[in-house]
Every structure is written in C-alpha cells, then in structure tokens.
Design a binder for this molecule. Structure first.
Ligand code: ADP
Ligand code: MG
Length: 636
C-alpha cells in the first residue's frame, strides 16, 4: 500500500506556478497587472527572444519598501487582501499573492524597487526558488522585475514554449488587452531591442483600437453605453460590415479585467444575428461594470473566467444594449458595400489560459524580430525608469509614436501588417451582372404596386424606387422569428390549445430532453406531458405556427434540444428555439404561394426591423433601384 505523504514544498510551489505561469505572456500579464495595481503611469516591458531568455517589466509605481521585498516573493503574500470577505470585493488585479513567488520559482528572478521618497532602493534575487539576501542598490523610483530563462529548471515545461515569434505574439495580445482596459497607463513593449508596440497614456478606447487594429475597424465603430440596476455596459463595437472569420476580435472586460464568458459571447452573437453571415464574427470591445460583490473573479487561477451572481441579467443587458443600438443606427447605408457569399470559417479553439491557439497575424508579425538583427545580450538591471517625462526617452517615444500613427507605408511592422482583409468587396460598377444591394428598411411602408412569384421560390416586387427580389423562405423566417421573439419577450404569445391532446412519438432520450425543458417550452406556448417512454402528449402550440403540423414542430424541437440543448443560459436557449421554430414554420423554397400569401408576405416585410438578412445572415431581399437598372441597360 502506498502511504499518503504531504508533497515537498518545492513540488507544491511548482504546481502552483503551473497554474499561474504558462509562458512569457503570463509572466508579463502578472507583472504588468502588479505595476498597474501599484499606481504606475507608465510600464515598459522588454523581452529577449520572445521572453524565453528575459522578461523585464519596469514601472514608475509606488515601489516596495526594502523590508517587504522578501515578503513579496514569499508564497501567498499580498498587500491587497486582508480578510476572506475582501475576496469578494476586489477592485485591484492581485490578491492571490502567488504571482511573484510562482515566477521566482521557475526563473532566475530579480526584484528591485525604490519607493517614492526613499534614499536608496533595494533588490532581492531568487534563483529558481532559492531566495537570496536583500541588498541595497541605486535605482529610480518604481519597480523593476526580471525573469530570465523561464522554466530552465523545469525542462518538461520549457519544452512547451513555442518559438520566439509566437511567444512574443502572445505578449502583444496580453499588452493589447491591458492597453484597452487601462487608457490612462502608458504601455510599451520592446522585443530584442526594437519597440514593437506602444500606447502612450491618455489615448481613449477608440484611439487605442485605431492604433492596434487599424483604420478599417476604427472607422466602423459604434459607441455603446447602457446602464441598468447597478450594471453597466460600455465600449465600442464595429458595424457588421467589418466582420471577421473568428471570434478573436471580440474583447470583453469585466471591471477592467479581460475575461472570457461563453454566455456573454453568445449574447454578442445573438445581437448580430441576421446582420452577419453565419461563420463570420463581429468585432467588439465591450466593458462591463459590475458591482464587485456580484462577480467572483477567483474562479480561475488566471482570472480569465469569472462567475457572475446574476448571469442572466448581464446577458439581457448586453443583448439589449447592442440590439437597441443597431436598430437605431443606420446600418443599411454601410451595408450597401457588402456582397453576399462569404465562405464561413471556424474559429480556432482557445486554450486554458485564454491564449488563442493561433494568434492574429498582426500579433506574431509585430513581435517578430528580423533575422539579420544580432541577438542582443540580455540588458542588465540598470534599466532607466519608464518615465514618459524624461526628455531623452520622450523623444524616442514621440518618434516611435508618430511612426505608429503615420500612414501605412511609414509605420513600423506592428502597424503596417495588414489587419485581415475586410470581408466585403465593394460593389463594382464595371461588374457585368446587376449590382445588387440589400434593401433599405423604411419606417413607413411604401405602397406596393405589383408582385409576382417566380420558380415557387422568389418574389419580384415593384416599388417606387425600383424593384425587389425576395427570397420567400428567408423573409418569412425572419418575420416569424421577429414576431415570435417580440411576443415571447413581452409574454404575449398567443397559444392554441388542442381540444384533444396529440401524442407525438420520439426517441427515449428526446422525451427526456423535452421534459427537462418543459417550463421553457411552455413559455413559448408548447405544453407537453409525459406519455410513456417514447411519447409525449402535446396540449398546445404557438398560434403563429398553426400551419405547421404539431408532430413536425415537436420533433424538430426535440431534435434541436437534443443536439444543441447546452446553450449557456435560458435567454440564449429561448432565442435558439425561436429561430429553429421560425425556420421550420416558414414557407420553403419550392412552395407555391397564393396571391393572398404573396401579398401578406410582401406587406409584412416592414414589420421586420432589419429585413435584409435572414436569421442565418444570408441576404433576404435584394434591391434593384431604377438607377441600377438604367445603368445596367446603359440608359444613362
Ligand atoms: P498579488 O499581486 O496577488 O498581491 P504578487 O505575488 O503578484 O501577489 O505580488 C505580491 C506583492 O508584492 C503585492 O501584493 C504587492 O504588495 C507587491 N508588488 C508586486 N509587484 C509590485 C510592483 N510592481 N510595485 C509595487 N508593489 C508590488
Ligand atoms: Mg499580482
């Protein structure tokens, strides 16, 4: 029998380090967060060989008194948390008191600091966990932390480090998140002696976005601000024209921390539903302000995931703020440059610490150091404080900064690496095919004069401006979706009670899923009861869907719930079910429509706020203006 023994302390600390320190980027994240917690107004990060050889973080914050240096590198030592209650009311980044100890356990580590008003500074060295003496030294006010040869003593971890470009790319991403979260702090990243990224203090979010993400994104930003019950969401989001093939351009912060949240990510997707093609993703920079006691940031060692006390409330606030804004914004004018038919792409999965499996091209390119450049010797500790007021440094900063804001051709490599090509191709006048643009939803319905069904699939509609070509399924689906959604959220969904409940046969696991979601389904007008192991009894369904045979609706719901029953929360689930019901109940391509049906469908298109895309994001209506037609026939 193996006996149970406590782990030796150095093993314990290596396990703890593994939770916090994964790669140079995680070291940078922890150290810069400490600097910001210490009130720094400027932080300079220097890397050698992607941080594999050296990560140095220099700040001009409050510093650490010599007497506390040893405590700072001790395990579970922090100045930021006194009682367990503080855990749930944290405003600063830190509180686990583990970062310095963890980093010092897996590197050649030096902490040097001088608090404001002190004569001299002091430093402490830690060699892979072996703590040295505190010694006096001369240094500027603030703190310098160095970690050299990360994981040199833990080969099993060191071999997981990637090449210098990739590691530096991850650092660029971390710095980008911090820059977005902290507009007041100047941030600079130097890799192998070259400045690769810099955000001077005082640039606001939109300006920071322009600096890091380029003009295409910055010119498309829509400001968001909404407050409700002590919760607030603000930030900037790009209009749907600027979509991307992955969700990597969706930044979310909670009380200034970058976070990942599946449910809130879903709310963003939901808000853009119908405005963006399936498989494409919006670009968003969103900041949540949540009462500190309504969020547990301690749920994950790197705090990338948090736990909300009222996740549903935040979901609705986020969804409502974006949808509300989109309805009020004239997206159509901007959408006109967009053409259909972008191939969908999937996003790469993110790993545990929230680093993307592969980085945005600009991040790696930015961090790359040219091969002709000699590898610099690791600079020594005599690093000047990162004062942006120091004249000499200021000149360098300004020149770099000016370069970074210069037109593309003059920018350094971070800025001139093209942001992934915009997903739309502007409509060309020279294209021989008719130039089509999504229709403009007009607040007042223009009088429809004539309409016609073609190939049992399309409707041609004459309008005062020209003509519309309508995808009958897409439009009907969109209308049903909006009607169902509006009525369901207002609690006014009309329900059709069945005189005789109808049994519908299902697979046994589908019966289970239907019953599990019984209350949710009831909100949507679908009331079901258990009726043996392979059958449910249907008592009612939404009156709007009366054309759809009950069994079809219920089987569709059961199959959908069994496949996708893991939506992150109730609201997300409701939306999914609504769009599934709308799709099932809508007329199909190939369905012949009567005169009345055609007229009803065409008349109702104005009920739909954005009728130009179906819930899957495909175009619903193509508009040909008289001008388009005249141009095509060379009449002008
Ligand atoms: P935590 O940040 O969770 O408190 P750390 O191990 O990151 O734990 O840091 C330990 C302590 O060292 C902090 O609580 C803080 O008092 C001090 N400290 C760390 N970095 C800095 C810095 N750059 N400037 C001033 N104090 C710092
Ligand atoms: Mg810390």
């Amino acid at each position: 029998m193996p006996t149970i023994r406590p782990l030796p302390p150095d093993v314990v600390s290596k396990i703890a380090a593994g939770e916090v320190v994964e790669r140079p980027a995680s070291v940078v994240k922890e150290l810069v967060e400490n600097a910001i917690d210490a009130g720094a107004s400027a932080v300079v990060v220097e890397l050698v060989e992607g941080g594999r050889d050296l990560v140095r973080v220099v700040d001009d914050g409050v510093g650490i008194p010599a007497a506390e240096l040893a405590a700072a590198v001790a395990p579970h030592a922090t100045s930021k948390l006194r009682t367990a209650d503080d855990l749930f009311a944290m405003r600063t980044f830190g509180f686990r008191g583990e970062a310095l100890n963890s980093i010092a356990g897996v590197s050649e580590f030096t902490l040097q600091s001088k608090p404001f008003g002190q004569e001299a500074g002091a430093r402490i060295d830690v060699d892979h966990g072996h703590i040295g003496e505190v010694r006096a030294c001369g240094c500027p006010v603030g703190t310098v932390v160095e970690a050299r040869h990360l994981f040199a003593s833990v080969p099993a971890r060191r071999k997981f480090l990637k090449n210098k470009q990739t590691e530096a790319g991850h650092v660029v991403e971390v710095m980008t998140r911090l820059a977005l979260a902290y507009p007041a702090v100047g941030l600079k990243l130097i890799h192998n002696c070259r400045t690769v990224q810099e955000r001077p203090p005082g640039l606001d979010r939109a300006e920071t976005v322009r600096l890091f993400f380029g003009d295409a994104v910055a010119d498309a930003l829509i400001p968001i601000h909404e407050e409700r019950d002590g919760y607030a969401v603000s930030g900037v989001v790009a209009d749907p024209r600027v979509d991307r093939p992955t969700s990597r351009w969706q930044y979310l912060f909670c009380n200034t921390r970058y976070i990942r949240d599946r449910s809130l990510g879903h709310a963003v997707t939901e808000a853009y539903r119908g405005l963006i093609l399936q498989g494409r993703y919006p670009v968003t920079f969103l900041f949540l302000d949540v009462p500190p006691d309504a969020v547990d940031v301690n749920a994950h060692p790197t705090k990338i995931e948090v736990r909300f006390a009222e996740p549903g409330r935040l979901y609705s606030l986020l969804l409502a703020s974006l949808r509300g804004k989109f309805l009020k914004t004239d997206l159509v004018a901007k959408l006109q440059a967009k053409q259909a038919g972008q191939p969908p792409t999937t996003s790469a999965p993110a790993d545990d610490l929230g680093f993307d499996a592969d980085l945005p091209p600009w991040a790696t390119a930015a961090a790359e150091s040219t091969d002709t450049e000699p590898t610099p010797a690791a600079p020594t500790l005599a690093a000047p404080a990162p004062s942006f007021n120091d004249d000499h440094r200021r000149a360098a900063v300004d020149r770099d900064f000016a370069l970074s804001r210069a037109p593309n051709s003059q920018r350094n490599r971070l800025w001139d690496e093209p942001i992934p090509a915009p997903s739309f191709t502007p409509v060309e006048v020279t294209v021989p095919a008719p130039t089509v643009t999504p229709t403009t939803p007009t607040p007042t319905a223009p009088t429809v004069t004539r309409s016609l069904q073609l190939h049992n699939s399309y409707l041609v509609v004459e309008t005062p401006e020209g003509m519309l070509l309508v995808d009958q399924h897409a439009l009907h689906e969109r209308i049903l979706y909006e009607q169902l959604r509006q009525r369901a959220t207002a609690g006014r969904l009309e329900v059709q009670e069945l005189l005789v409940p109808e049994p519908v046969e299902l697979a046994p696991e589908e019966v289970g899923t239907m019953l599990e979601h019984r209350s949710l389904l009831e909100e949507l007008g679908v009331r079901v009861d258990e009726f043996g192991s392979r059958c449910v009894l249907v008592h009612s369904y939404p009156a709007l869907l009366r054309k759809l045979p009950t069994a079809d609706l219920v089987r569709g719901l059961a199959a959908h719930l069994a496949d996708h029953g893991r939506a992150p929360n109730r609201d997300a689930m409701l939306d999914e079910i609504l769009s599934m019901m709308a799709c099932k109940a809508a007329v199909k391509a190939g369905d012949h429509l009567t005169r009345e049906e055609i007229d009803a469908l065409v008349a109702q298109r104005h009920l739909v706020a954005d009728s130009h895309h179906c819930p899957h994001g495909r175009p619903t209506i193509l508009q040909f203006t008289l001008q388009d037609l005249e141009r095509q026939f060379r009449r002008t």
